[in-house]
Design a protein around this ligand. Structure first.
Ligand SMILES: Nc1ncnc2c1ncn2[C@@H]1O[C@H](COP(=O)(O)OP(=O)(O)O)[C@@H](O)[C@H]1O
Ligand SMILES: [Mg+2]
Length: 281
């Protein structure tokens, strides 16, 4: 079998803010053209990892490389391979959505900037707002513009920091398909998420970040097998059908404890794994 090329390699990564140790010893590799999901609750250090991998923040220790370029010693070469989007990417508030996209296209000397700009505006449903200043955009619109900007580039390695947080379900699915297609075309994707379902659907490999380390890593199938069941989620086609089902269940004396319309939280999974982790020590 041909040796798989590694696009992202992280070994012994450490990072503290003042005296708060956020990353203790993080290790993982991402093969080229695959999707890797970093799962972690709020404050686990996901954004910190993305910032370090994208050269925006210096690690305290460890060896981190992107396409064999060192993020500390070869940051310019790393930046040429990557594109990132996330909670910290700067869209210019004074410019319109369309101007922001055009500007980034010109900055990277992209051919066919106008056509690509219009394409992404339409893809992310931003055509109507394209001529408005970004300062008037809602959170969801900003997020879509931010993602569109990072996709103008068609990067070799793409970082997506909680790409679907703040997106409505329809745009979340559009985003998922987009990420899958990018990986099919050879882009290596590292994404962070708090949603198990997102990681399951998208990622070739999933890692759970907790207490400054990767607690467990594997394919979604592997994680599903070790993660204990937490009941089922039923999806009905219409609200009416859900109501009818509820009535039937009640008639049969089956009580439903709760219905979750959103993606499941990873919190339960963490708590179980972390508890098991402690018991094992
Ligand atoms: N610039 C900073 N200075 C001090 N503490 C920070 C800074 N950035 C993040 N932190 C802290 O580091 C921890 C990890 O943050 P972050 O990487 O943003 O986590 P996540 O993205 O998983 O929510 C949090 O406790 C956060 O409060
Ligand atoms: Mg974050």
């Amino acid at each position: 079998m041909a040796k798989q090329t590694i696009s992202i390699s992280v070994s012994g990564l450490r990072k503290s803010y003042k005296n708060k140790e956020v990353l203790k010893d993080v290790n993982f590799t991402v093969p080229s053209g695959t999707i890797y999901a970093l799962l972690g609750s709020n404050g686990a250090g996901k954004t910190t990892i993305v910032k370090i991998l994208s050269t925006l923040l210096k690690p305290d220790g460890g060896k981190i490389s992107i396409n064999d370029f060192d993020v500390v010693y070869q940051e310019e070469l790393v930046r040429r391979c990557i594109s990132l989007t996330g909670q910290f990417t700067a869209v210019d508030e004074v410019l319109t959505g369309r101007e922001n996209l055009n500007l980034i296209g010109q900055l990277i000397r992209l051919p066919d900037v106008k056509r690509k700009t219009e394409g992404w505006l339409s893809f992310f449903d931003l055509q109507d707002a394209a001529a408005q200043r970004v300062s008037t955009y809602s959170g969801g619109m900003r997020r879509r513009l931010d993602i569109a900007m990072s996709l103008m580039v068609q990067p070799q390695v793409l970082f997506l920091d909680e790409p679907t947080t703040g997106l409505d379900p329809q745009n979340r699915i559009i985003m998922w398909e987009l990420v899958k297609n990018l990986a099919k075309q050879g882009t290596t994707v590292l994404l962070t998420t708090q949603y198990l379902e997102e990681a399951e659907y998208l990622a070739d490999n999933v890692a759970i970040l907790h207490n400054g380390e990767i607690l467990i890593e594997g394919t979604p199938q592997y994680l599903k097998e070790i993660i204990p069941g937490r009941g089922a989620q039923l999806n009905f086609q219409t609200e009416k059908q859900a109501e009818n089902a509820m009535e039937l269940l009640t008639k049969e004396g089956i009580s439903v404890e709760s219905i979750e319309p959103n993606l499941p939280s990873l919190e339960d999974v963490f708590l179980t794994l972390i508890k098991e982790n402690k018991e094992a020590i």
